[in-house]
Design a protein around this ligand. Structure first.
Ligand code: FRU
Length: 483
């Protein structure tokens, strides 16, 4: 008989809280050897509510130590926001010559519905926060998710925050993190057809295939609906930022540039202060349509893998490129390697586990479709595949498990840039989440899936003719044992 809901398929190297509801990543900052991950958290249950900042720290972005609530709900809920290290103690919150960690977040007043920006600070490595209070109120019920960073050229703090229902990113500047001055707004744009914008981020990235030292600014915004799979998702814009205003790259074609083409990547935020200068971000692995229907217990909410970002030019256009953080490679277990595996319609079983990192080179030859399948003990099957005729990689969840929600059974597609012959894919699977990276990470599909019961088994097949797996290299990733 179907066991439903299935027992929580707790991930082995993705972040989930120990229990209760989690949504957006917040306050991502590196300080004194630790990556901090704060997150939207309900301490009292597994539905959205009583929003507070949960907290975890990690030294490798993959194994996380759970810490007590950092910022609790008070007369306002602590909505999403960011954190910085105030090296010059511009805020005056520092103690004994040590720079404070300063959190800037939205306080939501459930009575008046007002959304304003608040500040809290910590002088003990994020373990406890003192509340400074409200710093920016424009009398709005749709003003949230401040992302703050130090803008060295103007020697000021910059905040990007959304006027959510207007689909505007607003830019503010400050000398002390307390007094904020409005500089400009960006948006809406022609591609802004969604109900709102949420969780903005703004950072400069190297152009991986550009001239030496070439960089551009990227403005990322999440949107509550009409995303790539018609649910929630995120866009990005490429351009310039002078400390006051964001301007689009000349010739930017304002069609949606999706951060991720799967169903389950939302509210992404990047880390500040990463010591080697990498820009790393993480997302909340869900679609808003079914976030409350996620059938896991006692924790409801999962983060994606942290991903390193670069930019790539693609013809006249631009693409954000994402790769799993390199720390994942040091967590790899014993390699399984297959070479020159011929595929036909009869599935070839593959002896691989449920949490792994995989590199795959597929030569489709004469096949019309090549796919890996992940099947549970009840026959529910998730397909991860490639259709050469349209050069599309896909994740197909139409038969991937019992009914979670009407929006769940879907097929999420990424069209690869023109070309022919073999393709290479990177696939990261962790029990109930799959993240597929194609075309140098310029196409990413992130999807959750839920089994009916039992262990998952892998196989590969081709339809419409033979195909060949040129090489498959897979490494199990086991849960870390923290000291
Ligand atoms: C995005 C969001 C944010 C808000 C937070 C509240 O999922 O709606 O805009 O700050 O969640 O939990």
């Amino acid at each position: 008989a179907a066991q439903w809901p299935a027992p929580d398929p707790r991930p082995s190297f993705h972040f989930a809280p120990e229990r209760n509801w989690m949504n957006d990543p917040n306050g991502l900052v590196f300080f004194e050897g630790e990556y901090h991950l704060f997150y939207q958290y309900n301490p009292h249950g597994d539905r959205w509510g009583h929003m507070s900042w949960g907290h975890a720290v990690s030294r490798d972005l993959l194994s996380w130590e759970h810490l007590p609530i950092a910022i609790p709900e008070t007369e306002v809920m602590a909505f999403s926001g960011s954190a910085v290290i105030d090296w010059k103690n511009t805020s005056g919150f520092g103690r004994n010559g040590k720079p404070p960690m300063v959190a800037i977040y939205t306080g939501f007043d459930p009575v008046t519905k007002n959304q304003s920006q608040f500040v809290a600070y910590s002088t003990d490595r994020g373990r406890t926060f003192s509340r400074h209070g409200k710093v920016l109120d424009i009398g709005s019920a749709e003003f949230r998710d401040p992302k703050v960073f130090w803008h060295a050229p103007t020697q000021r703090w910059v905040m990007v925050v959304v006027k959510a229902s207007e689909k505007k990113a607003a830019f503010y500047s400050s000398r002390d993190l307390k007094q904020w001055q409005h500089e400009s707004d960006f948006g809406p744009t022609a591609s802004s057809t969604s109900v709102n914008w949420e969780c903005p981020d703004l950072f400069e990235l190297p152009v991986a295939n550009g001239k030496p030292g070439e960089k551009r600014w990227v403005l990322a915004v999440s949107q509550g609906d009409k995303g790539p799979d018609n649910g929630s998702g995120g866009q990005y814009f490429v351009g310039a930022f002078d400390g006051k205003a964001f301007t689009l790259e000349p010739g930017w074609e304002d069609t949606p540039h999706w951060q991720d083409l799967g169903a389950d990547f939302y509210a992404s935020q990047s880390w500040s202060e990463v010591p080697d200068g990498r820009r790393i971000w993480i997302g909340w692995a869900t679609d808003l349509r079914y976030a409350h229907a996620i059938p896991t217990t006692p924790a409801r909410g999962l983060m994606t893998l942290p991903r390193t970002l670069t930019l790539r030019r693609e013809g006249a256009d631009w693409r954000l490129a994402q790769a799993p953080v390199r720390e994942l490679e040091s967590r790899r277990g014993a390699l399984t390697q297959l070479e020159d595996l011929t595929l036909g319609e009869t599935p070839v079983p593959l002896k691989l586990g449920e949490s792994l990192d995989m590199q795959l080179a597929i030569d489709p030859q004469l096949a019309s479709q090549v796919a890996l399948s992940l099947t549970d003990a009840q026959g529910y099957t998730l397909l991860i595949g490639y259709t050469p005729a349209t050069r599309e990689v896909f994740i197909d969840r139409t038969r991937a498990g019992p009914h979670v929600h009407d929006a769940f059974p879907d097929r999420n597609i990424a069209a690869l840039p023109p070309g022919d012959g073999p393709i290479t894919l990177r696939l990261v699977v962790d029990r109930s989440i799959v993240e597929l990276f194609a075309a140098d990470g310029t196409r990413v599909i992130t999807d959750r899936f839920f089994r009916g019961g039992g262990a998952l088994s892998w196989s590969a097949h081709a339809l419409g003719g033979r195909a060949r797996i040129q090489s498959l290299r897979a490494w199990p990733i086991e849960p870390a044992v923290l000291p």
